[in-house]
Design a protein around this ligand. Structure first.
Ligand code: BGC
Length: 516
């Protein structure tokens, strides 16, 4: 029996609810749809699922703009549907994680509706309200991740409010204890319903500190791109940002950890990014005792893909976090970046016929690393990124803002495909789906692959079954330094009973394992 907690070794399958399975023929995935596909997910041999937000929301950022944290968006179903989903997940032996968005809410949330009305209402200081500079301009030079300034003007208060993402996603003021307490009530609400853990969205963007708000210093590495400077994607302009990773965010981490600890065996995984190179330091700060259990690591999610040497560096940095008190979770794909099957193929200079072998190798690598691993729906099928979505069909506000220079995130969010022979690949019986179904995905349908020996999906699930029998991976949190020549990633996983040498060869696209 392993002495580790379930989340220390878990393979977590990420479900993007809008694109998983539609049960009521409106072209949009929903909770009963997810429940109907859980047998497939459990069949993969994963340990947990993480579902991206399905809470009440105007869907300006597809659920990451929450208007009621304790209600289900009607297009996704009801609380009763959620209860059925969680019961079935547990019956199948998996844990269930949901995605809470603590840093900001929707402008339609009643907290913001009230707050914006005047300077002296009950929620007046639940958001970051700041007076203009003497010339009327915004208080700092901060930019939004999604383009433009991070401050918008509210005429009724004659003040600016902060939003690190869309103007319709106002940042909550976590320096106010009432805000933190309201978020703790949300956590209790879902823990009481049996949820096993949270992926905490964009915690590094919680602005725990209030006035004085300081300008971000200039970034010496910043290169002006094709867009106007104040429209550059935000992350390119940050260096030592005053806007991110403020020390008092930890008041939030500590408060939510205390709530999690009052239940049994719950897990908190924070989505945390550093500005530039200090991701490791930042992750470590979030996971010291009494704070979050683990951070969701961005280092393998690099938009342009990673060379083998860069992967080695990312993995080595993660070992540093583990050697301190930190824990983390790796991911090669998610709903925010181009799919790994495409970006890594391009970065490694491989021809398309090598795609499946490369994708399987990435999945094996990811699930042998220390810590937990998050596998995004479709990754186990070798789905390519869908890069030909016309502007008229695009949905992601970030992509719409910057197309065609930057395609946004629809490319990795198109619906799952279950059966090649079914209309819409079995995703929906509607005439149209919220994002188009990709023809290239149809031949990779999940249930077809699950029945076909030799498919990536089958090879991956066989691999996960083998992984569970390896004490070095399942029972101990030790990993050697990374070695291997060019094109190779080699490390040992080590427990009292076993030392397992894991060898990933990006020239032959094979993985091999031996006990040493
Ligand atoms: C989520 C994104 C979302 C953003 C704002 C993230 O990091 O993963 O999908 O747009 O937070 O909530």
């Amino acid at each position: 029996m392993s002495s580790l907690k379930w989340w220390e070794t878990a393979v977590i399958y990420q479900i993007y609810p809008r694109s998983f399975q539609d049960s009521n023929n409106d072209g949009i995935g929903d909770l009963p749809g997810i429940t109907s596909r859980l047998d497939y997910v459990a069949g993969l041999g994963v340990d947990a699922i993480w579902i991206s937000p399905f809470f009440a929301s105007p869907q300006k950022d597809f659920g990451y703009d929450v208007s009621d944290y304790c209600a289900i968006n009607p297009e996704y179903g009801t609380l009763a549907d959620f209860d059925t989903l969680i019961a079935r997940t547990h019956e199948l032996g998996m844990k269930l994680m949901i995605d809470i968005v603590p840093a900001h809410c929707s402008e339609q949330h009643r907290w913001f509706v009230e707050s914006r009305r005047s300077r002296d209402n009950d929620k007046a200081d639940w958001f970051h309200w700041v007076d203009p500079l003497p010339d009327g301009s915004a208080p700092t030079n901060w930019l939004s991740f999604f383009g433009g300034r991070a401050w918008s003007w509210e005429p009724r208060r004659q003040q600016y409010y902060l939003h690190n993402f869309l103007p319709s996603q106002p940042n909550l003021n976590h320096a106010n204890p009432a805000v933190r307490e309201a978020m703790m009530d949300v956590a209790r609400f879902w823990f009481d319903r049996g949820v096993d853990g949270f992926r905490l969205d964009a915690v590094h963007t919680i602005n725990g500190d209030s006035a004085p708000y300081r300008d971000n210093p200039p970034n010496p590495e910043f290169e002006v791109g094709p867009l106007p400077q104040d429209q550059q994607p935000f992350f390119r302009q940050l260096h030592d940002a005053a806007q991110l990773n403020q020390p008092s965010i930890q008041l939030f981490s500590e408060a939510i950890r205390a709530v999690a600890d009052s239940y049994e065996d719950r897990f908190l995984m924070g989505e945390v990014d550093g500005d530039n190179d200090d991701a490791v330091k930042v992750s470590a700060g979030f996971t010291t005792p009494g704070r979050l259990h683990a951070t969701y690591n961005f280092d393998l999610l690099e938009w342009a893909g990673l060379s083998v040497d860069e992967m080695k560096e990312a993995i080595s940095a993660a070992i540093e976090v583990f050697n301190g008190s930190g824990r983390l979770s790796f991911a090669f794909s998610n709903h925010d970046v181009p799919r790994s099957a495409t970006r890594q193929l391009a970065m490694l200079g491989l021809s398309p016929d090598k795609g499946d072998a490369m994708q399987l190798l990435l999945l094996k690598l990811e699930t042998c690393l220390i810590g937990s691993a998050c596998v995004y729906q479709g990754e186990e099928l070798g789905f390519a990124d869908v890069q030909d979505i016309p502007l008229a069909l695009m949905q992601d506000p970030w992509g719409i803002e910057f197309a065609p220079t930057f395609p946004g995130r629809d490319t990795c969010r198109t619906p799952m495909v279950w059966r090649q022979s079914s209309p819409n690949g079995g995703f929906s019986k509607s005439n149209s789906t919220w994002l188009p179904i990709s023809d290239q995905h149809l031949v990779r349908a999940a249930l077809d692959q699950a029945e076909r020996s030799g498919s990536i999906c089958r090879e991956f699930s066989d691999f996960l079954r083998w992984r569970k029998t390896q004490p070095a991976i399942m029972d101990a949190n030790e990993m050697s330094a990374v070695s291997g020549g060019p094109g190779q990633i080699v490390f040992d996983r080590i427990s009292d009973q076993q030392t397992l040498r894991c060898h990933f060869d990006f020239d032959t696209l094979t993985a091999s394992f031996e006990e040493v």
